[in-house]
Design a protein around this ligand. Sequence first.
Ligand code: NAD
Length: 340
Amino acid sequence: MSDAVTLIPGDGIGPDITEATVRILEAAGVLLDWDRQLAGVAALEHARTPLPEETLESIRRNRVALKGPLTTPVGAGFRSINVALRREFNLFANIRPAQSLWKSGRYRDIDLVLIRENTEGLYVGVEHYIGVGGDPRAAAESVMIITRFGAERILRYAFEYAVQNGRRKVTLSHKANILKLTQGLFLDVGREIAREYEGRVAFEDRIIDATAMHLVLDPYQFDVLVMENMFGDILSDLMAGLIGGLGLAPGANIGTHAAIFEPVHGSAPDIAGKGVANPTAMTLAACLMLDHIGRTADAERIRTAVRETIMLGDPAILTRDLGGTADTHTFANAVIARLA
Ligand code: NAD
């Protein structure tokens, strides 16, 4: 029996990269029972809500989803559906591997994993305006929430991930020098849990801004990095830059009862509808999903085909973000040719 997986193509470049990814998986002989659902802008048009109950029900049923990017309106409009999904399914761990695929990237042989806390921090969205005099928006305030429970859960996940994946070191990045209570709690919990893994996984902590600089200067000194929500959001894009760009970076959102796999990048409105997006991040997200459902051999075969296709360095089959001239389908066809 084939596994049932909720498939949310998303909007912007989402439908193009999703189609390319589905074709690549089919060509690899990976039979999945795709349960196609809508969310975000595409759902608003059809169901008048950005997050239809049908979509939620499908994820509840299948417990695994592959999702394209979803546009979030800036300022006014509906709140982030990505954040809503993470909250609805309690997807507390966001795993973002950054592995070199691209020989013209700034560095070779990068192999890093960022583990981001996905439910707390500043992204809980507790914010409000403060009116002063006649100005109702004289000030605005956001609240950063860190709980011992949330910190323990993500930090333990990071150490367990390191053990299970043969990783040598966990770096906890924080801003406890300034945010002494919230970031201080996260760091204290990290130090406690690190003691349980002494002798098995090395541990260090670093200030977040220094981590950013050291990642650019010498990324090889890192291995697994763990941090709260917003820091993880920012540094994972930086790490995608180290390996050649957002078009190459996949992510997994893991909870206890469900998991949603997606590219790190967004809907790329600047190239949407042009058919030129790089489908690699989406395809690699599908590989993380295959790992998750125990089909690691299939995942590895597809990853190898993607890696080999990119390493060829042929501008006629590389998408524009990698310096080539190919469109999404041409690139996907080249990957499919290597799977044959
Ligand atoms: P973006 O990631 O969409 O794009 C940033 C830059 O990277 C753009 O120049 C884009 O063309 C390029 N890029 C991204 N993916 C690419 C690909 N596969 N191939 C080639 N080039 C690619 O970031 P943004 O423009 O800040 O955000 C656009 C929208 O996406 C916003 O509404 C944002 O909220 C949303 N977003 C969604 C998610 C998600 O669904 N998980 C993540 C990030 C941003």
